[in-house]
Each structure stands twice: as C-alpha cells, then as structure tokens.
Design a protein around this ligand. Structure first.
Ligand code: URA
Ligand code: SF4
Length: 215
C-alpha cells in the first residue's frame, strides 16, 4: 500500500477508536494532517478545545503560534505532517495519562513508519518522552539528537510559550535553527545516524549527549 493510503487507513481507525477512555468525552478524534512524503513530522501532546471541535491538529491559539514559528523557519504547515501523542482531547486539557498514551501509541508508530521522516520535532515533554528518557525539556530543548536513524528535535510546546512569556523568545530561537538542522539531517551519512538509543543508564546518556553535540 502507498504511504498516503496507509495514513488514510490509520485516520479512519482513529476516528472510530474506542481503545481508551478519551473516546467517551471526545467530539472528534484528531488523527493528524499533512503529506505522506514529508521529511518533517511534528508531534504535539493532544487535541485541545478547537481541535476537538474540528477534528484537526493545532487550529487554536497554539496552532496560530505554531504556524508563525514554522513560517519563520521557512516551512508551512502544508509541507509537514502534524499530529499528537494522543489523538483525542483529554478533558479540560489535562495531561494525557500513561494508559491513554499506551493505548494510542500504535497509531503514532504506524504514522512514523508510513511517513518515515528524517526529522521529528517533539512539542512538549510528552512527545519528547517517547524518544528520550531521563531528560528535562528545560535542559535539552533545541538540542537535536539521533534516535533510531531519525533526528529528534525537542522543542517546548507552543502553548508553554504562550503561557510563560519568558519562554517565547526561547521557542522562537529554537525554531529559527530548524532549517539548519533539517539540512544537517538530510545530508548526514548513514553511519553518523547509528548512535545508540538513549538508555536508562545516566553515564551512557551523557556520552550520547556529548556525541550529539558534535553534529
Ligand atoms: N496542543 C497540542 O498539543 N496539540 C494540538 O493539536 C493542539 C494544541
Ligand atoms: Fe483511541 Fe487514541 Fe482516542 Fe484513546 S486517544 S480513543 S487510543 S484514538
């Protein structure tokens, strides 16, 4: 099957999914949008109020800010795939719970496999935690590293910047470096990519961090 068709099939399954309790309170599940043949996947946390109303990702105030950030990086949302770690809105925008993240993970994994993006931008700590363990977003935002052959770029969530004005310039300067990282990721040799995945051993993850900074 073509990757576009696979994404359509995943979206159809998400729309009617009842694998976790978020299915009871959602209005519309939000599978994600974008082309299958993109180099860049952005992963947020979960749908908010407007996303739940419309069934589309990042259409509220965070989405407006995300569009600005993408535009400043020379990208627009039609060129990237945008989704979330949970596809249904957590009531009152609470944090997604571990069992909801676990129930929904297979959809995201299949989207990643179908898109096969070179670069994944994680927005906020829940999507970052999918790729890196034992890290703090305040310490590693804006410091990409290779995980399983993909360049993972941890960013603060745009909503965090909207709620904490001090973070706004931080998010803006991290996003401003995105074109440079895309270029680097596209030109990287395969052997550069083969860097051990983050482990729970802290000395090991420090080594990884040092290797990463060489890029
Ligand atoms: N915040 C998210 O994490 N995802 C969205 O889709 C919208 C807001
Ligand atoms: Fe299904 Fe994910 Fe929605 Fe839960 S959040 S009902 S697992 S699509």
């Amino acid at each position: 099957m073509e990757s576009t068709e696979i994404l359509q099939e995943i979206a159809a399954q998400v729309k009617i999914c009842e694998k976790c309790q978020l299915s009871f309170s959602r209005k519309n599940a939000v599978p994600g949008t974008g082309p299958a043949d993109t180099d860049v996947l952005l992963i947020g946390e979960g749908p908010g109020f407007y996303e739940n109303e419309q069934g589309l990702p990042f259409v509220g105030s965070s989405g407006k800010f995300l569009d600005e950030l993408l535009n400043k990086a020379g990208l627009d949302r039609e060129k990237v795939f945008i989704t979330n770690v949970v596809k249904c809105r957590p009531p009152g925008n609470r944090d997604p719970q571990p069992e909801e993240l676990a129930a929904c993970e297979d959809y995201l994994d299949r989207q990643i496999a179908a898109i096969n993006p070179r670069v994944i931008v994680t927005l906020g700590r829940f999507s970052m935690a999918k790729f890196m363990s034992n890290v703090k977003i305040s310490e590693i935002h804006g410091q990409p590293r290779w995980v399983k052959g993909r360049y993972i770029v941890p960013m603060y969530h745009p909503a965090a910047a909207l709620h904490q004005p001090k973070l706004r310039s931080v998010v803006e300067s991290d996003f401003a470096k995105l074109p440079e990282w895309l270029e680097k990721a596209k030109n990287a040799q395969p052997e550069e990519e083969v860097i051990p995945e983050e482990t729970n051993d802290s000395s090991d993850s420090d080594d990884n961090a040092v290797q990463m900074s060489l890029f």
